[in-house]
Write a protein that binds this ligand. Structure first.
Ligand code: ASP
Length: 607
């Protein structure tokens, strides 16, 4: 027997027992004739004690960090207890020690507060994964996975595998492609998601499908994106949006209950996309705190429901504001006495290239009753008062104002809102605020190509009330300057996103299941019949043979793990991730392949 106990289980109950254990040496400390070893395995750390003079034959001087050893000895009560760890009240007094596998000196210390930088830890990922934090992350991922499976199984979902070698039909992101040796000059693509397969499974009558599945997207690298990532991918037949929302908010609640023991009882708040953009500047608002955006000006488009209510601050009289398309503000209680220096820092912050604003205006409602504003010289006291009233700002508040082009300004304000919340400690990683975002526009206008693109994907159904608008209007945009007037612009999608603490954790839609509407959709995206037949003929054919109304959703497992694990970095929850440039540092991949392989694939590289 290799071991009688793991390194995480001995306690005062075991005093006097003789045990055998295996593990890695985390540290060796020598005090005269006594040597202490911390022995580590997946379950914890146990202190070992060696009395050198009693065991003169032990190979002590050969031992080093990360050696794998096997020891036998007797459990004893420790005089110097460490109550921070479960085994901290005991130690094992060694009678036998065997080296099972020596170790080179590790390139970084394998402890939670490691001295290793990201690159070196990625290169030696197998060592990094020995650290307790990483082990905890991997375990959390497993538990989430298990909770997802348990819930979906209980609700009669079937786990069905779909292929990885499929056909390239890029829409949105780029495909990773794989050359075919048996079919000269032809390529497979790796799936960006199993979207069409899960829809075909509905045509086949499987009714409720799920898969925890790798997806591949060859996107330009942004921080914390992985070219391969994992989705919890689901689809259901004979459902309306409401059915999906109920089924899957309960899934996420069950996961949070299972791994965090937090019960979320209330139904998830639901915000329309317009509402989210209007009040938070963002379609994935962080709702752990309020700080809603206040709109000072009526924007010229987008906000169909809000623009009427928004002819806001009447006369501004300040040129920068007068000229701006959008003026937005947030009022922050408790920040009214910010110093000059603090204000300068905030202004610098909004001017950073990532935010890109020219500047920021403010009104301080100081606790001494004075009101100070960066633009008081340029406007009447009435305007100031009007703005303060609009913000319902109380004494001691700070009003921050950004003005400029609609999209950029709203985005910047959304970032500033998050930044201020971080400063004020309002983004507690142990608070979980979920919400649904609904009623997205079906299309986005692509100015470069002067055509519509699908906001979600081409299989998303318009809202039932918009279907005839889509069928009875041609998609062509005759006048690019007036695309806002095109009837397609206002079509809303039967689509939904779930957000958690300011992150989109899942998204899906009710699907188109009528052939004619699906063809119209492809045409709307600028495809000619030959093109959509070539790419999606299989789906259109399937739509001729009895299709159940269906819909689904996919969640980003990596992101869910990182949020529930209290971290911003999804890499920390993937056993073998790529770095921020899409490289596997451990394998040193991607890499060249030899010329024989290239020849077999009929690929010639130009030098
Ligand atoms: N396949 C979609 C995606 O990857 C999700 C869905 O619509 O179910 O975003």
């Amino acid at each position: 027997m290799y071991r009688t106990h793991t390194c995480g289980e001995l306690s005062l109950k075991n005093i006097g027992e003789t045990v055998t254990m295996c593990g890695w040496i985390q540290t060796i400390r020598k005090f005269g004739a006594i040597v202490f070893i911390d022995l580590r395995d997946r379950y914890g750390i146990t202190q070992l004690l060696i009395q050198e003079e009693k065991l003169p034959d032990l190979p002590l001087s050969n031992l080093g960090r990360e050696f794998v050893i096997q020891i036998s000895g007797q459990v004893a009560e420790r005089s110097n207890k460490n109550l921070k760890i479960p085994t901290g009240e005991i130690e094992v007094i060694i009678s036998e020690l065997k080296i099972m596998s020596p170790s080179a000196i590790p390139p970084f210390t394998i402890q939670d507060d490691t001295d290793g930088g990201e690159d070196i830890r990625m290169k030696f990922r197998y060592l990094d994964l020995r650290r307790a934090t990483m082990q905890k992350n991997v375990l959390l991922r497993y538990k989430i996975n298990k909770a997802v499976r348990a819930y979906l199984d209980q609700h009669h979902f079937l786990d069905i595998e779909t292929p990885f070698l499929i056909k390239s039909t890029p829409e949105g992101a780029r495909d990773f492609v794989v050359p075919s040796r048996l079919n000269q000059h032809q390529f497979y693509a790796l799936p960006q998601s199993p979207q069409t397969f899960k829809q075909l499974l509905m045509v086949s009558g499987f009714d409720r499908y799920f898969q925890i599945v790798k997806c591949f997207r060859d996107e330009d690298l942004r921080a914390d994106r992985q070219p391969e990532f994992t989705q919890i991918d689901c689809e259901m037949s004979f459902v309306k949006q409401e059915d999906i929302l109920n089924m899957f908010e309960n899934l996420i609640k069950a996961v949070i209950k299972s791994v965090k023991n937090i019960e979320i009882l209330d139904p998830l708040p639901r915000l329309s996309w317009e509402e989210a953009m209007w009040f938070y500047g963002n379609d994935k608002p962080d709702l752990r705190f309020d700080l809603k955006i206040i709109n000072f000006k009526k924007p010229n488009h987008i906000f169909l429901n809000y623009s009427a209510a928004s002819s806001i601050v009447k006369k501004i009289g300040f040129k920068v504001f007068e000229d701006a398309e959008t003026i937005v503000a947030i009022a922050i209680p408790g920040a009214g006495d910010y110093s000059r220096k603090q204000m300068d820092e905030l202004t610098e912050w909004v001017k950073r290239p990532q935010i890109g604003m020219q500047g920021m205006a403010y009104i301080k409602l100081q606790t001494d009753g004075q009101i100070k504003s960066s633009f008081e010289k340029f406007c009447t006291p009435d305007t100031l008062k009007d703005m303060i009233d609009r913000c319902k700002a109380t004494p001691g508040s700070l009003i921050l104002i950004l003005a400029g082009k609609e999209e950029k300004t709203r985005k910047a304000m959304s970032e500033l809102r998050l930044e201020m919340a971080s400063k004020l400690g309002l983004r507690n990683p142990n608070t979980f605020k979920l919400a649904w975002i609904l009623d997205f526009p079906l299309f986005e206008y692509d100015a470069e190509e002067n055509r519509w693109v699908a906001r979600h994907h081409p299989f998303t159904s318009p809202k039932p009330e918009d279907i005839s608008t889509m069928l009875h209007n041609e998609p062509q945009i005759a006048n690019p300057d007036a695309y806002l007037e095109h009837p397609y612009y206002n079509i809303k999608a039967n689509a939904y996103d779930m957000v958690l603490n300011g992150n989109e954790i899942g998204g899906g839609s009710i699907r188109i299941f009528q052939k004619e509407l699906q063809e119209k959709m492809f045409a709307a995206l600028g495809m000619q019949p030959e093109e959509y037949q070539h790419k999606f003929g299989f789906l259109l054919n399937a739509f001729e043979y009895g299709v159940p109304p269906h819909g689904g959703i996919a969640f980003g497992l990596d992101r869910i793990c990182s949020i529930l694990g209290g971290s911003d970095t999804i890499r920390d929850f993937i056993a073998f991730p790529k770095n921020n440039s899409g490289r596997d540092m451990m394998l040193d991949s991607p890499s060249t392949i030899d010329s024989k392989q290239l020849t077999e694939l009929f690929i010639q590289l130009k030098s």
